[in-house]
Design a protein around this ligand. Structure first.
Ligand code: SAT
Ligand code: MN
Length: 602
């Protein structure tokens, strides 16, 4: 090996535990070569060029340094059915997670991992979740046989030599083992998106050991293990042990015309507009928004007793379809260059396209690589097509987005996609009520996971697929954090941008106009406006929602703020059944909240 490149040699690793683990995985997976990533641009460019040469990456002439990938049609989203939270006892994983005993799961997976990297290079990716060296950051190392994963990790996390320096000889890291599960025999032609069949896919977490094993998928959260696997599932379990919070939340800063800053963190299920809200452009004059993160927040109580948040990620892995200049101009401006696109359509002039981005092109190549014209009765881009883009490219990224100590959170928002029942916004009476709102959050399902679209599912805190331990204990952890925060706890609100008329028309314009709702929250926080009590929480007085410049029919507003007691009463049995699942782990304080709601509804 060239002496300049010795840093890519696993022999150069100084962390003993890491060196040993790499050796073990090398013996198990039997790759053709091992390469330790340095995180440099040159490395990214070289690996991307290799993928372009093999035909896996399609360079886009219209966007500098950007590439399109098409996944296998069986590998297009997170596989929740194949995702495991593995503790010695089933009860530790709780009723909302798939569980297999660690011994059995490891036995099965070791069988799959045996020789699984034959003919491929094994990449060792040292990465930091959170600014390198931040007191809130954690170090992970992903071993993968996917070059696509290496390039995505370069964007989504902080990769490289600096991380190894912080790790030192004795430092601890979270081992994340990933294989696409497609060994290459000598002379065998590689496919453009190698992966294993669905019944061999496993996304496994061993929270007691801070260990992640993923096999068989190359897509998104199944394969970019820093994201949902580490920063949510493993981190949520660590956070409970260590007294902090790892949440599926965007982080944004709003500044009012007087220059006062408010920090907001919001939890919404995947593909419910989190990225749009994170990059919102306020339509109300004088208000400014900055983005700090669009998917995950790690939060710790600071020396002043307030809750401080960092975004552990370094990039956006955003849903492409629906993203457009009229809905999310800041996302569009973030993806002009240096982007990885997956499962978008390819236009004849070498650009990407997806549904609702702009008028459809006369002809394109769809995400399956087939000719597509607008008369087709199926979309050109997959509904879960994605862009991977550096967060630093967002024009409204906050100058403080990489502040090691994070930003103090004033407001929490929960929400989901509901065509009816849930009003535009309501505020919790107190912390316990807010935790109740989070615990009962529900949404109509989307294409972000493999499964039926449009069914109502309870998705507590938008963490249903991401909580690394018993959800009842997670509720208790939220209550305990509130007790510690006391009067410094963030205020809690619940929103629904997705309310429709009986005819199926949107009642609320959404997007930048959501700033009107955020403004009301900030004014509530400041104690500037009163609210109206209702059985489900505090609602805005009509005159306090700033609707200047918005032509919203008066009936819409009435409908948006209506609390239909009968419709809410009809939800109670479902909430009761939902709580019942958590059995003896269900905190009595939340059952009390349910009782109070029932009484208020009369
Ligand atoms: O595929 S990911 O899990 O990273 C995206 C999502 O579902 O939010
Ligand atoms: Mn997400």
């Amino acid at each position: 090996m060239n002496p300049q490149n010795t840093k890519h040699d696993p022999a150069s690793l100084v962390n003993k535990q890491l060196k040993q683990w790499v050796q073990e995985i090398n013996e198990l997976c039997a790759p053709a070569a091992i390469y330790v990533c340095d995180g440099s641009k040159a490395e990214y460019d070289r690996i991307m060029a290799e993928m372009a040469a093999s035909g896996m990456a399609i360079p886009l002439e219209k966007r500098s340094n950007s590439f399109l990938f098409r996944s296998d049609p069986s590998d297009v989203a997170r596989v929740e059915d194949r995702t495991y939270i593995s503790y010695p006892e089933r009860d530790q994983a709780g009723p909302t997670n798939n569980w297999v005993h660690p011994d059995e799961l490891k036995r099965t997976m070791l069988g799959l991992y045996k020789g699984c990297m034959k003919g491929r290079t094994m990449y060792v990716i040292p990465f930091s979740m959170g600014p390198v060296g931040s007191p809130l950051a954690k170090i992970g190392v992903e071993i993968t046989d996917s070059r696509y994963v290496v390039c995505n990790m370069h964007i989504m996390t902080r990769v490289g030599t600096r991380v190894l320096e912080v790790l030192g000889a004795e430092g601890e890291f979270i081992p994340c083992l990933h294989s696409i599960g497609a060994p290459l025999e000598p002379g065998q032609q590689d496919s453009s998106w190698p992966c294993a069949p669905i019944e061999q896919k496993y996304i496994s977490h061993f929270p007691d050991e801070n260990l992640i094993w993923s096999y068989g998928s190359g897509y998104g959260g199944n394969a970019l293990l820093g994201k949902k696997c580490l920063a949510l599932r493993i981190a949520s379990a660590m956070a409970r042990r260590e007294g902090w919070m790892a949440e599926h939340m965007l982080i944004l800063r709003l500044t009012n015309p007087q220059g006062r800053q408010f920090h907001i963190a919001g939890a919404f299920p995947s593909a419910c507009g989190k990225t749009n809200l994170a990059m919102l452009m306020p339509t109300i004059p004088g208000w400014k928004a900055e983005c700090l993160g669009d998917d995950i927040a790690w939060m710790k109580i600071g020396p002043d007793g307030r809750l401080y948040a960092i975004n552990p990620e370094a990039g956006f892995f955003g849903v492409a379809p629906g993203t457009a200049y009229n809905t999310n101009p800041m996302a569009m401006d973030s993806i002009k260059e240096n982007v990885i696109f997956t499962n978008c359509a390819l236009t004849d002039d070498s650009d990407v396209w997806w549904e609702l981005m702009s008028p459809p092109p006369a002809h394109a190549i769809d995400w399956k690589g087939k000719d597509w014209t607008p008369d087709k009765d199926y979309p050109a881009a997959h509904a879960n097509a994605r862009f991977t883009a550096p967060a630093s490219q967002c024009p409204i990224i906050s100058p403080d987005w990489e502040k090691p100590e994070g930003v103090p959170i004033d407001i929490f928002i929960f929400g989901g996609r509901r065509a009816s029942v849930v009003p535009l916004v309501h505020e919790a009476y107190d912390w316990d009520h807010g935790v109740f709102m989070g615990a009962t959050a529900a949404s109509e399902t989307t294409a972000a996971n493999i499964g039926a679209v449009g069914n109502l599912r309870r998705d507590p805190f938008a963490m249903l697929p991401f909580c690394g331990y018993h959800m009842g204990d997670y509720f208790a952890h939220w209550l305990a954090m509130g007790d510690r925060l006391g009067d410094k706890a963030p205020r809690i609100f619940y929103v629904n941008w997705f309310r429709k008329t009986a005819e199926g028309k949107w009642l609320w314009p959404g997007f930048g106009d959501n700033s009107r709702v955020l403004k009301w929250m900030c004014e509530r926080f400041e104690g500037k406006v009163q609210a109206q009590e209702s059985p489900i929480g505090l609602l805005p007085l009509k005159q306090d929602l700033d609707l200047t410049g918005l032509k919203l029919p008066a009936d819409n507003l009435t409908e948006l703020l209506k609390v239909d007691a009968a419709a809410w009463k009809a939800e109670l049995p479902d909430i009761e059944a939902h709580f019942k699942k958590f059995d003896s782990h269900m905190p009595a304080r939340l059952s009390n909240q349910l009782q109070k709601l029932r009484e208020r509804l009369g």
